[in-house]
Design a protein around this ligand. Structure first.
Ligand code: AMP
Ligand code: MN
Ligand code: MN
Ligand code: MN
Length: 291
């Protein structure tokens, strides 16, 4: 993680610790490698102050740890919801919602069913490409987690069809490939409403990862704001030079707040560490001020 820095200039003899936040992480309840229990213990050890576990379309990990939060850590409810907009798969991070809200629980149930339908369709398409047995294979990799494309990718490596998970995405599972099926997801509007109706904050996740044209991306952010969305994800993992300036312009154009997270799934040599230092974010813009 990024070490806590002292923030100077707040008055003589005073310094205020800057907040270290992580509002985008995954555990083994979806496609992360670390159990929710181990992840929350590590996050606390690393001095992160505000944390959300945002597994894909499930809050099972959050429910497992919410009553065992280590001292000094503020745990916020979280999830990364799959939805579709303009026939593309889009991710919306929900934070600080009531996990028992009836409409929200129903929404998660619908996503469970959609994920299973989608997994069956992915398996059919892989079978047509000469890889039979993918559904059972991916399910055995997932071991009860919310099933997703990374579990198919892992199975394809284990079964010897590809050399790496990266290759599985590049050839079969990534954007525009046969295993990329987003039509089963609920709409962006319904998804934002499910979070808002449960009292939560809706964040447009990693806007620059959808590889849209600038015009299309502006239309997405406009649709998200129109639907009642609250914030754009300003920092997701390791931003490239220039990313943050583009995202500030998008947020400003629609009077949206900002959120930050590592999108941590596992330790990798070049991956982002847990925790984001929020020293550079002006007061009044961070979603953590609204939770
Ligand atoms: P799903 O939620 O089933 O649609 O799977 C999406 C997940 O797959 C993302 O959250 C990433 O963790 C992972 N992913 C997406 N693209 C790639 C890629 N090119 N290589 C490896 N993992 C990827
Ligand atoms: Mn993922
Ligand atoms: Mn995502
Ligand atoms: Mn994510």
């Amino acid at each position: 993680m990024i070490p806590q820095q002292e923030h100077h200039g707040t008055g003589p003899g005073r310094s205020v610790e800057t907040l270290v936040i992580d509002f985008h992480t995954h555990s083994s309840a979806s496609d992360g490698a670390i159990s929710p229990e181990d992840l929350i213990a590590r996050v606390a050890r690393e001095g992160i102050q505000h944390f959300a576990l945002t597994d894909h379309d499930t809050i099972n990990g959050y429910l497992a740890v919410r009553d065992q939060v280590p001292p000094g850590l503020t745990l916020v409810s979280g999830v990364e919801l799959s939805c579709q907009w303009a026939r593309m798969g889009i991710h919306i991070v929900g934070l600080g919602f009531d996990p028992e809200a009836e409409n929200f629980v129903r929404h998660l149930g619908e996503l469970d069913a959609a994920r299973l339908d989608r997994a069956e369709q992915i398996a059919e398409r892989l079978a047509k490409s000469g890889m039979p047995g993918a559904l059972a294979g991916a399910q055995s990799v997932a071991r009860g987690a919310q099933i997703g494309r990374p579990h198919f990718a892992r199975w394809m490596v284990l079964a010897g069809y590809v050399d790496s998970e990266e290759m599985a995405f590049k050839r079969f599972l990534g954007r525009g490939k046969p295993g990329d099926i987003s039509v089963l997801w609920p709409s962006l509007e319904v998804t934002v409403r499910a979070i808002k109706d449960a009292g939560g904050v809706a964040v447009l996740a990693h806007p620059l990862d959808y590889k849209m044209t600038a015009t299309k991306l502006r239309a997405l952010v406009a649709a998200f704001a129109e639907a009642g969305g609250d914030a754009v994800e300003l920092i997701n993992g390791k931003p490239k030079p220039g990313d943050i300036a583009i995202l500030w312009r998008l947020a400003d154009a629609h009077h949206l707040g900002v959120s930050v997270g590592s999108d941590f799934h596992r330790d990798t040599p070049y991956g982002a560490a847990l925790g984001v230092n929020t020293a550079e974010i002006p007061p009044g813009r961070g979603v953590w001020e609204r939770l």
